[in-house]
Every structure is written in C-alpha cells, then in structure tokens.
Design a protein around this ligand. Structure first.
Ligand code: FES
Length: 613
C-alpha cells in the first residue's frame, strides 16, 4: 500500500497545482478586457472595400497557366488595389503551412510582399499613436502567434503597449496584432491550456500526460479507500451491522452477552465494554497475552500459530487482537485485567534528549490512579496526519534531525503501549518517557504513536487504558535490585527506583541496595543523569553506572555496552542468588543480558524484564 499511497500523494500534488492554475486563469478570463486580451487596443476596424471593374483585369486563365500549378484562384485586395491569390498548396487552416502566389489583377504580374509593402498594410491596420520602430521577417515558431506556420513580417510600433502587427509574407494577410496586454493574457492561456511548449494547441502532450496522472490519482485513491474500508477505518454507524457474542469466564460461567459492531477487533471491541485483556504489545500479535477461546473456530493466523499448541488451536484458542467480531459467536475470556479506559490531558511536554520527550498527563475525572511501578498504559492513537520531524524542535537538537527528510503522512488509528516513568507513590501525574521513533528510510512510516503523542500540546487530550501491571518489583523482598536498561527503557526502571525510595522513606519496607546500569550512545542521551548522580551521592544504597557506547573524548565514565559493565561488576555484588534483576530495553540487549546472567548462575525467577519493540 505504501507505493499506492506515494503515487496518490504525488499525483494529487500535480493535479492540485493544475487545478489551482485553472482556478486563477479562469478568474482572469472572466474579468479581463477581451479587446486588450486579443491585442486589438490599436486595431483599425474600419474596412475599406473597393469595387473594381473586373473587365479591366488580366484573364484569370492566362494568369493560372503562366504561374506554377495552382488549385485555386481567388480575388483579394491590398491597400485598395486588386490582386489574384493563387493557392498552390492548401492546408486545413490559414495558419497551417500554405503556399501562395500574389498576382497584380491588372497586369497579371506576380507580386512579392516586401518590407515596404508589408509596412503600408500594417499602418492601414494600426490606429495607435506610435511611430514605426522596426520591420523584420519571422519564421515558425514565433512567440506572439505560436500556431502561425507561414513566414510573416513583424512591424513594430513605439506606443505605450509595444504593438506589433504581423503580415503574412505569401498573401499579405494581416495575421493579427500583438501587444503587452495580449502577451500578458497569453501567459494565462498557456497556464489554462497547459500549453507549456507554446504550441498554441489544446491537444498537447502535457494535457495527455495530465489525463494519465489524473487517472492514476483516481485509481490509487479508489484502491486506498477500499483498503481503508477493509481495515475498518470507515464505520458508518447507520450501516454497520452488529454481532452479538456470548461471553464466558475461564470457568465457563456465563458473563452475559455483548454486542460489537461487525468487523471490530476483539481486543478493542472488548474495551468498549470495559473489559481489558492483558497486552504488552498493544495488539501487535507478539506478546501472546490477549488469549481468548472462541467458537466457531476461526481461521488460524500466523501469530496464533506462534503462541498456541495444535491442541489449543483445535480447542479454539486464539489471540483476541488478531480476530474480528464477525468470526465469533461465543468467547471465553482466559484472563482479564482491572485496567480501565481514561481520558488523559497533557500538562507538560518537553525534550529530555534529542530524541526522547517527557510527557506529563492528568487523568480526567479521577484524582489519581494508583499502580505498581513498572506499569504501562495503552494509548488509543486516532487516525491523523503525522510529520517526520517533531514540532518545536529546540535549536540544540536540530543537528540530530538534519538527516531526516521532512514528510507529512496519514496514519490509521492504532493502539500503542508506553511505560510510566514515575510511580504513583512519587507523582500524582502520569509521566511517560517516550522516544520519537524516526523512520529508518522513506519507505516506512516513522513511529506513529510516539510522533502523535510527542506532538500533542498542553491541554490536548488522548484516551488510554490501564495501568497494566505486568512488570513490577517484588514486594516485601530485601534482596539487592539490579536494574539494567537503555534508551527509553529508562521509563519503567526509573519508576521502580522512585517507588523503592518512596517505600523506604515511608518506612513501608527495609532499605534495599539498588544498582542501576544504564546504556546510551552519547552523554546527551543519558536521561535524568543529574538526578541519578545526586541520588547516588545522597543515598549509599543506590549505585549508578552510566555507560556510553559512542562517548566523546572528554567522557570519563564507563564505555562500551551496558551489559558488559554489568558483567564486570556482578562479582562485586555478592551471592547472585541474593539479587533480583529488572531489565528493560530492546530485544538484543535483553537476550544478551539474560544469557550472561544465566551463565553466572542466575535463575529465571530472579529475572523480570520488560521488552519493548
Ligand atoms: S498478542 Fe499482544 S495484544 Fe494480542
């Protein structure tokens, strides 16, 4: 679909520009003075037609026989004198290539329209105040009369609008007048008829190409619209059907019926009925948390295959985020959370590194949400227009975005999960640390959720469901905590640290040793570094290990990958069975760290991790 959307976008730009030109030139045609637009401001419209005694004319048969082969002989008059006009080659129109001979009607002698003769004819046709300036011959093509294919005399006058009179060399015919007014109007004719090659014709190659571009615009728009329709983007309530579903709890006890609109995603549809299934991937089909059992058996998706055995699939186990209401008549909920839908209002939005922002929200109609540190919220991102470079980028962060091309893009509605970076014990607001995901290249969209949220303004609202508590510190434990993360994996770990400090300060638990390993590329990527340095200085139980993978020369701290620094320090922390490990970061970091811990005798139940992807 990306290529279809790209073609549609570029086609709409081309068609849009031409529509604008049609609009502007159309308005001009309606308001212009037509006499001026035709170049007739100084045209003499008085026609002098003289009757001649044709018996005095040379015999036309003799004239025809004494000249080149002709296909017609007609009478004409120039400057009050009669002529025969012999046509040797006749085209469809006068301005097409024709071949004439002009013959004096009295003497039968052929006549050439020379500069002097052309000037006299032009003067007779001209009524302006100007004097003769210059006379020259022009061949096809000529700017003022692009359709004129026969050679002409151009006679120029010195008036206020630079009038030129054109006389056809072969016939002495006045081809037309041109002046600055006509030349200005010709620009609008060129724009209106897309005659960018000055061919003087509507049937030009640009118009034909434009018709193809318009066809592509319509064709790609149709495909895009159908695609959006299939993805449930258009929900016309009056037309939408509904599907009644019988719900059961995991003990097969009836929970009653719910009604979902047909084609609504089961994970999202249940939320409309205040039923939140667990999910840490936001509906991406990767976490395997949103399990339900449905009948009749629905088509098995590849994500279902990854998370269920053949036996479970046969029983009807499916991932709710991968199926739609029209697949289902009965649904058993395997696991349900207490999470609820809330409207959040943004109170603050600030950069804390070149690519990461801290967003603070208040919950509408609720004083405060209580949750365990490490929890996350699932945001409902509406269909919208996004931009590839964040708004209000501070001057010092601009170099980090220089290589990103400025793009605007449309995105569909979706859900995205973000971890809270403060515990509810330390803040009344919901605080998030969100990395603005840039697109790796122009063929894929930037992170839709992060770009949408990070471009919100204070006062804006967004819906979210949660908090979901799936990654949290064990309560009533006295074991040492080792926390390790990188990038925006900071959020849940910072939340855990603040919760531990708050619990200890409130004498609700014994002081625990905490070792915080945090990896970043450069010093400006070390989030909240001052806060953690201060905490490490004031609290002997907190130890901070900032580590840079691409440090500047003046960096005096640890360098390399953060898991390597953990390995170097692990033996100094005593018996590993007395340590709990909390990890949050990208897949590669998690895998390497877990392998390292296991190689050092750490058991699975000592490791909690929050994988973001
Ligand atoms: S698999 Fe994660 S929400 Fe469905």
């Amino acid at each position: 679909m990306l290529i279809i959307r790209k073609i549609h976008k570029w086609a709409s730009i081309i068609v849009g520009i031409q529509f604008l030109l049609w609009l502007v030139s159309g308005i001009f045609f309606n308001t212009m003075d037509h006499t001026k637009a035709m170049g007739h401001s100084y045209k003499n419209h008085a026609h002098q037609h003289v009757e001649f005694n044709q018996s005095l004319f040379a015999d036309p048969v003799v004239v025809l026989n004494s000249n080149r082969a002709s296909i017609s002989l007609t009478h004409t008059q120039l400057l009050g004198k009669p002529y025969y006009l012999l046509t040797h080659t006749k085209a469809l129109y006068k301005n097409f290539k024709n071949d004439y001979t002009l013959v004096d009607a009295y003497t039968g002698e052929s006549t050439i329209i020379d500069a002097q003769h052309a000037t006299e004819i032009a003067k007779q046709s001209y009524s302006g105040p100007g004097d003769l300036v210059s006379v020259k011959t022009l061949q096809y093509p000529m700017d003022d009369f692009p359709k004129q294919q026969n050679a002409v005399w151009q006679i120029n006058f010195s008036d206020d609008i630079n009038t030129s009179v054109y006389i056809e060399v072969g016939s002495g015919r006045v081809v037309g007048h041109s002046d600055d007014d006509k030349r200005f109007a010709d620009i609008f004719f060129m724009l209106h008829f897309m005659d960018y090659g000055s061919e003087g014709s509507f049937n030009n190659v640009q118009i034909i190409l434009f018709a193809f571009v318009t066809l592509w615009l319509a064709f790609t728009g149709l495909i895009w619209t159908i695609d959006l329709g299939f993805r449930g983007q258009y929900k016309i309530k009056a037309l939408a059907g509904t599907q009644k579903i019988k719900l059961f709890d995991k003990h097969q006890k009836s929970m009653g019926n719910i009604t979902l609109s047909t084609h609504s995603n089961l994970l999202d549809g249940l939320i409309e009925h205040d039923i939140a299934l667990p999910s840490s991937c936001g509906g991406g089909g990767t976490c395997g948390r949103c399990k339900v059992m449905i009948t009749p058996p629905a088509k098995i998706t590849s994500a279902d295959h990854q998370h269920f055995s053949d036996g479970e699939l046969q029983q009807g186990y499916r991932l709710a985020c991968q199926h739609f209401s029209n697949d289902v008549q009965n649904m058993t909920l395997i696991d349900v959370t207490d999470a609820q839908k809330h409207t959040l209002t943004l109170t603050a939005n600030q950069f804390i590194s070149p690519t990461i922002k801290e967003l603070r929200f208040q919950v509408k109609d609720v004083n405060k949400l209580n949750y365990k540190a490490g929890a996350f919220m699932r945001f409902f991102i509406p269909a919208s227009t996004g931009i590839s470079i964040p708004l209000n980028l501070p001057e010092q962060h601009k170099p980090h975005w220089q290589h990103i091309e400025h793009l605007e893009y449309e995105h569909l509605a979706c859900t995205r999960n973000y971890s809270l970076s403060e515990s509810s014990l330390s803040s009344d607001e919901l605080v998030f640390t969100i990395k603005i995901q840039a697109a790796p290249h122009n063929d894929v969209l930037p992170g839709v959720g992060s770009n949408y949220l990070c471009n919100l303004h204070p006062g804006d609202s967004v819906d979210a469901i949660g908090p979901f508590e799936e990654f949290f510190a064990k309560r009533n434990s006295t074991k040492t905590m080792v926390l390790l993360g990188a990038g925006s994996g900071m959020a849940p770990l910072k939340s855990l640290i603040s919760e531990q400090i708050a619990l200890t300060n409130a004498n609700q638990q014994q002081t625990r040793d905490m070792h915080f390993f945090y990896g970043a590329r450069q010093e400006h990527d070390l989030l909240y570094a001052d806060e953690f340095y201060r905490l490490a200085k004031s609290n002997e139980h907190f130890h901070y290990y900032p580590t840079l993978s691409k440090p500047n020369e003046d960096w005096l701290g640890s360098t390399g990958y953060v898991q390597q620094i953990l390995q170097l320090n692990l033996s100094t922390m005593g018996d590993v069975t007395n340590i709990e490990f909390y990890l949050c970061g990208p897949q590669a970091l998690m895998t390497e760290t877990i392998d390292l811990l296991k190689a050092n005798g750490v058991e699975d139940n000592q490791i909690a991790f929050d994988l973001f992807s």
